[in-house]
Design a protein around this ligand. Sequence first.
Ligand SMILES: [Zn+2]
Length: 102
Amino acid sequence: MEPRIKLYDRAAWKRLRLEQLRREPFCVFCARSGRQVPATVCDHIQPHRGDESLFFDPENLQSVCKTCHDAIKQRFEKSGYEAGGDIHGIPFDPSHHWNARA
Ligand SMILES: [Zn+2]
């Protein structure tokens, strides 16, 4: 857990995250269902599990909204994958949600 927190605290990550969200400003999962939802979370496609080469690989990043991010995490936790993972120092906007679906 400890090294992971440090990874998210690094300036390189903060820069990478901003660049990713600038390059891909909308949630990739919402986009697949035809929705344009501003992404607030920079997510790792392949769980890095503390692996710095995966963590800092720009090709391993995707922009997602908070709701999709939580859904991904839940799926991982159910499968016993990446359990207890958390994102540190990443602000998100709680006001936008997926609820207005219908
Ligand atoms: Zn989304």
